[in-house]
Structures are given as structure tokens and as C-alpha cells.
Write a protein that binds this ligand. Structure first.
Ligand SMILES: Cc1ncc(C[n+]2csc(CCOP(=O)(O)OP(=O)(O)O)c2C)c(N)n1
Length: 658
């Protein structure tokens, strides 16, 4: 332990942060300056990762939940030898730079998670720690190939977010002892002092959630921070929160106030902090050789050694457990194609089943082939059919279990699923009632932004929910999901389409997929097609001779459309019925295919979906949809009230043709 080099290094990191933010004229110096010693201690004394192999699978994970302190993370990545050059640091927050406003996964090497929306980083870290446990337990001698810690740094803001408590509660319940959370307790947020809005006993809250709690009185005290991390790593049965008292904007004349939370220090104050407080009298962006060496001798050397040892250990492992080693590697690469059976099961013509039940069957069928599939629901497994038959639960005493009981924590569930996928090595799914997709929205958006192939099972997908009433009947949720960039929504119309939708979801590598599933039984349709699902839309029931109209329907409304087609035929009106399970998959097809499915002008098309018509103008001029909330009654009565009947569709079509 060399105090001098520690102090010089921390001064360098802080000065870099000041320069980065000053040059960009934008950024958040407050937390960056306050918590620099925390990350310095973590990186130089504990974190195990290899900057030359930033995706090394067994590295420790680090999530900067307080993503606004990105300047600090970039300074750490630069000093630690990642592909973040000094020029990149100088381009902080500029267009196309490797140092965007908030950390972005898949963009900057060494960034383990996209973060910034406060609270989500904590839940992501919980998911990472769960993934680590699950993977280790699912391989013989798994500890030889999967064995690392997950660290997360958060501030007051993350802990004010309700999501954090969902995640903390879950982590404590799951006894995630390899999860270590640093709480940068600086008592200041954006608008002012924390006591404007927060008077919680945070330590007590963590203790009540079955965490260990350690406290460091002085955020500049590296030895004590180090000691706390050492102790936290020893925990056998609880995650650890290390509460560290820091000073926001340490060194600035405005330290300790919200003025330094999100404004550059400027030249004068920057100089004051660097020279007068840190004793660092150097040009901007200066990095002393000793500091570079310090990182090479510690973080880089430790990471390289661990990496090399791992390579040897893995080679040994592969000799002993060849098949498992192959599985391990292919699942890291999300190379799942070979695990997805090409052949669909036999479907019984004339049968009827809800698509949620069909989804449960498909899930179990795929599970037999895809051993790293893991998932669960927010306490509605029996309704959304998320259980893997014969599978055990994922618990502290059976980590090999594949059924996750997320509890009624939808937001944390979706956010932790992101963490599991950020970690890698697993295919995951989560489920709940479609109406509660709203609770998960911010995490779904994060999955799409982070290019994660999350799978969501949203059942009870319309007013056909029935008795539970309008609180439980989704209306606008599909419009919301469809509006998210890089999102894929699939609403299958029968059992066959549901299997195909599942295969599509499992094949996705960079796009989240939501399967929208019915509560009520839907008939197996003669014309339904698995291939059609992968194209997003197809003609499920052709016109007789020359279509006068095209009816575009999804999910439960496809059979209604087919019924209406028959009735219209009796009235001498020829229509084509198109099943359109996925707008997004359809939009990816070439124009010729799209034109072959939607062959009539826009004015001659009708959309039918028992959900909000918002957005359907894209494909059709006329709509049969739901633009009010539903009602509480048995499903058939609700459907009758809102007239989701072939007769109404027939009437609408006749009016258009007229
Ligand atoms: C969900 C969410 N709400 C609001 C913000 C805007 N925001 C960014 S930082 C911040 C204050 C956070 O306070 P704290 O965690 O104490 O950070 P510090 O002031 O110490 O930098 C706010 C409100 C955000 N990034 N995410």
C-alpha cells in the first residue's frame, strides 16, 4: 500500500473528470469527484477483468448505476487500458464518440451495462449476479468456469427510485452473496440537499431486506474502502451494501451542494480543485507516468494473470467435460439455432387452445433442447404459463433451477432480465399480464436500446380478460410496445403461430421480443403458417376471385375475421384475410413481398384488433378496435358489449364497399 501513489492516482482521476466535463461544457462532476476513490480502490485492488479481452466471460461485472457519473467511468477505463483513448476522453459527450453522455453497452468496450435511468443499474446488477449463480450451478464443476463478483455503484437517486427496493428485496431473498453495492452517500441530489425529499434509514432498509451493511465514514479513505470490499467478498449468504460517506464535487468551491451535481466546474474552480485541493498542478488531461504504471501493475496485471489462468483452467475443463464445455461456449455466443427444432409438433385440426397455453407447451418443448433457458413470472406463472414442467425453482438452495419466482416485482423482473442478458450465457424470458407491461416499460426500452434479446410473455391480451375488468384489460399497451425502436411484438392467432413466435423469439440476438397471448381459447386455423409468422404477415385466408377488401387481423381477431369472410361471401363480397402477428417482422420484408400480402390500396383495408387502434393507420384506413377502456363482466358479455363480432365486421365491410 503506497499512500503517495494512491493519492496521486485519485488526483489524476479527479482532474481528468474535471477536464473532460469542462471541455464538453456538459456533464456531472459532482458524483464523479466524490466517488473517484471508490472506483480507484475497486479497480486497482479488486476488480478482475482484462482490458484486452473486455468480453471475457468470467470477468467481474461492474455497473455504474448512477450513469450520470460517466466521466468517471471513462477516466477509469482509459487508465485501466481499455480502448478508450485520451482523444476519446477529450470527445466526451460529442457526436459519435466512444464517450457518450451516459454509458452505453455494446458501444464502449468495458461498459458492462447501459445506465442512466436511475435505479435500473441496481436491478441489472442483481440480474447479473443471478445469471452467474445459475450458470455455475448448471455445469459440473461449474465453479471452475463461472466464478466472479458483480459490483454496482449507485447514489441517493438510485435508492430513491422504487425499482431499487424491488431489486434489493429480490437480491436479499435470493442471497446473492457475490453482489456488492457501493452507495455513494453524498446527501445531495439534482435539486438540492437530500433532506428535501428523503429521510429514510437506508441502512435499516438494506438490513431488513437481508443484506449485510458496511459503512465507510470517509469516502477519501482508500484503506477503509479496501477493507470493506475485502469483507464484503467474504460474505457467504447475503449481498453486501457498503455505505460510503462522500462529498459531492469534492475539491470544488461548491462542494457539498447541488450546484456541482450537473454543471462543469469551469476553468477557475477547476484549477482551484486541481491545484489547491488535490495538489495536482499540471496541464489539462495530464496523466503522470507513475499513475499509468500503477494501473498496469495492479488492474492490468491482475486481470491478465487471471485471464491466462482461466484459459488454462478452461482447457483442462474442456478435456474433462467436453460436451459441457461446448455447450458453455455456444451459449455465450447465443448460438441457439442448433437447439431449436425445425420440425413443428403435430397440431390437431379442429382443436382450440389459448395462445398462453400454447406458449407454455412451446416453452417446454424448446426447453428440452435449450438447456440454458431460464425464466419466470411476476407471481402469475399459473396464468401466463411460464413454468417449465418438471423444472425446479431457482432458489438459494437450488441454483440449478430454471423457474424464477420473481415475486410481484414487474419492473425489477424486466430490469434484472436485462442484467442476465448483459451477463450472457442464458436465454431468458419473463411473463406477466399484458396490461402490466406498463410497469416494465422503462426496462423494455432499456433492453431495446441495449440490443438485448429479452423475451416477454404478455398474456390476457385484450378485453377478453373478462371479469377482472378494465384495470386488467390491456388497451394501449401494444401501441406502446410497437412504438419502441428495435422492439419486436408478435401476437399469434393460434397454437401453430405461437410455436413459430417462440422460435422467432429464441432466434433473436439483438432485439427484444414480446409475445402477446390470449387468455381465451382460439381455434387452430386451417391456413395459419409458421413461415408466415417469420414474415410478420401473410394471407391466411384467400379471396375467392378478386378481393374487394383486405381485413388485417392479429391474435384472437384472426378467427373473427375468417368468420366474417364467410358471412361476407354469402352477401357476395369477396375479401382477403391477412394474419399480421408482427408489424416489425413484416416491415423487414422486401417491398415485393409486402405488396403481395397487402395488394389493395390503403382505403380498401380494415384492421381488426381488440386493442387501441393507435398506429394502425400505417396499414389500413378503417379500424375495428378499442379506443375506450373495457368493462367488468364475463368475457363473452364484454365482447358482446364492445361488439367484437363477425356481424359488426361484416357491417363495417359492407359500408366500405358501398
Ligand atoms: C429515472 C431518472 N430520473 C431522473 C433522472 C435525472 N437525474 C440524473 S442524476 C439525478 C440526481 C441523482 O442524485 P444522486 O444519485 O444523489 O447523484 P449525485 O447528485 O450525487 O450526482 C437526477 C434526478 C435520471 N437520470 N433518471
Amino acid at each position: 500500500m503506497n499512500k503517495k501513489i494512491d493519492e496521486l492516482s485519485v488526483a489524476t482521476i479527479r482532474s481528468l473528470c474535471i477536464d473532460e466535463i469542462n471541455k464538453a461544457k456538459s456533464g456531472h462532476p459532482g458524483m464523479a469527484l466524490g466517488s473517484a476513490p471508490i472506483l480507484y480502490t475497486l479497480f486497482t485492488r479488486h476488480l478482475v477483468a482484462n482490458p484486452k479481452q473486455p468480453d471475457w466471460f468470467n470477468r467481474d461485472r461492474f455497473v455504474l448505476s448512477a450513469g450520470h457519473a460517466s466521466a468517471l467511468l471513462y477516466a477509469m477505463l482509459h487508465l485501466s487500458g481499455y480502448e478508450v483513448s485520451l482523444d476519446d476522453i477529450k470527445q466526451f459527450r460529442q457526436l459519435g464518440s466512444l464517450t457518450p453522455g451516459h454509458p452505453e453497452y455494446r458501444w464502449t468496450k468495458g461498459v458492462d451495462a447501459t445506465s442512466g435511468p436511475l435505479g435500473q443499474g441496481i436491478a441489472q446488477a442483481v440480474g447479473m449476479a443471478m445469471a452467474e449463480e445459475s450458470i455455475r450451478a448448471n455445469y459440473t464443476e461449474g465453479e471452475k468456469i463461472m466464478n466472479h463478483y458483480t459490483y454496482v455503484l449507485c447514489g441517493d437517486g438510485c435508492l430513491q427510485e422504487g425499482l431499487s427496493q424491488e431489486a434489493i428485496s429480490l437480491a436479499g431473498h435470493q442471497k446473492l452473496n457475490k453482489l456488492i453495492l457501493f452507495y455513494d452517500a453524498n446527501q445531495v441530489t439534482l435539486d438540492g440537499a437530500l433532506d428535501l425529499s428523503f429521510s429514510e434509514q437506508v441502512k435499516t432498509r438494506f438490513l431488513a431486506s437481508e443484506w449485510d451493511v458496511l459503512e465507510v465514514a470517509d469516502g477519501n479513505d482508500i484503506e477503509t474502502i479496501d477493507k470493506a470490499i475485502k469483507e464484503a467478498k467474504k460474505s457467504q449468504d447475503k449481498p453486501t451494501m457498503i455505505l460510503i460517506h462522500t462529498v459531492i464535487g469534492f475539491g470544488s468551491a461548491k462542494q457539498g451542494t447541488s450546484k456541482v451535481h450537473g454543471n462543469p466546474l469551469g476553468e477557475e474552480d477547476g484549477k482551484h480543485a486541481k491545484v489547491d485541493v488535490y495538489g495536482f498542478d499540471h496541464p489539462d488531461f495530464f496523466i503522470p507516468d507513475e499513475v499509468r504504471k500503477q494501473f498496469e501493475d495492479t488492474f492490468v496485471a491482475r486481470g491478465l494473470k487471471a485471464y491466462e489462468e482461466y484459459q488454462k483452467a478452461f482447457a483442462e475443463y474442456a478435456k474433462k467435460h467436453q460436451t459441457e464445455a461446448e455447450r458453455f461456449t455456444s451459449l455465450i455466443d447465443l448460438d441457439v439455432d442448433k437447439y431449436i427444432p425445425d420440425v413443428l409438433p403435430e397440431f390437431v385440426e379442429g382443436s382450440a387452445t389459448s395462445t398462453r397455453v400454447a406458449s407454455g407447451k412451446a416453452l417446454n418443448a424448446f426447453m428440452l433442447k435449450l438447456p440454458n433457458l431460464i425464466g419466470g413470472s411476476a407471481d402469475v406463472a399459473g396464468s401466463v404459463m411460464t413454468k417449465l414442467d418438471g423444472g425446479t425453482d431457482f432458489t438459494p438452495t437450488s441454483r440449478e433451477g430454471h423457474n424464477i419466482n420473481w415475486g410481484i416485482r414487474e419492473f425489477a423482473m424486466a430490469s434484472a432480465q436485462n442484467g442476465m442478458l448483459l451477463h450472457g450465457g442464458l436465454r431468458t424470458y419473463v411473463g406477466c399480464f399484458a396490461v402490466f407491461a406498463d410497469y416494465m416499460k422503462a426496462a423494455i426500452r432499456m433492453a431495446a436500446l441495449s440490443h438485448l434479446p429479452a423475451i416477454y410473455l404478455f398474456s390476457h391480451d385484450s378485453i377478453a380478460v373478462g371479469e377482472d375488468g378494465p384495470t386488467h384489460q390491456p388497451i394501449e399497451q401494444l401501441a406502446m410496445l410497437r412504438s419502441i425502436p428495435n422492439m419486436c411484438v408478435i401476437r399469434p392467432c393460434d397454437e401453430r403461430e405461437t410455436y413459430a413466435a417462440w422460435a422467432e423469439a429464441l432466434r433473436s440476438k439483438r432485439t427484444p421480443v414480446a409475445l402477446i397471448l390470449s387468455r381465451q381459447n382460439l381455434p387452430l386455423l386451417a391456413g395459419s403458417s409458421a413461415e408466415g409468422v417469420s414474415k410478420g404477415a401473410y394471407v391466411i385466408s384467400k379471396e375467392q376471385k378478386k378481393a374487394q377488401l383486405e381485413i388485417i387481423a392479429t391474435g384472437s381477431e384472426v378467427s373473427l375475421a375468417v368468420e366474417a369472410q364467410k358471412l361476407l361471401k354469402e352477401e357476395g363480397i369477396d375479401v382477403r384475410v391477412i394474419s399480421m402477428p408482427s408489424w416489425e417482422l413484416f416491415a423487414k420484408q422486401d417491398q415485393a413481398y409486402q405488396d403481395s400480402v397487402l395488394s389493395l390500396p390503403w382505403e380498401r383495408r380494415v384492421s381488426v384488433e381488440m386493442l387501441s387502434t393507435f398506429g394502425w393507420d400505417r396499414y389500413a384506413k378503417h379500424h375495428m378496435g378499442m379506443d375506450t377502456f373495457g368493462a367488468s363482466a364475463p368475457a363473452k358479455d364484454v365482447i358482446a358489449k364492445f361488439e367484437f363480432t363477425p356481424d359488426r365486421l361484416v357491417k363495417l365491410c359492407k359500408e366500405i364497399v358501398k
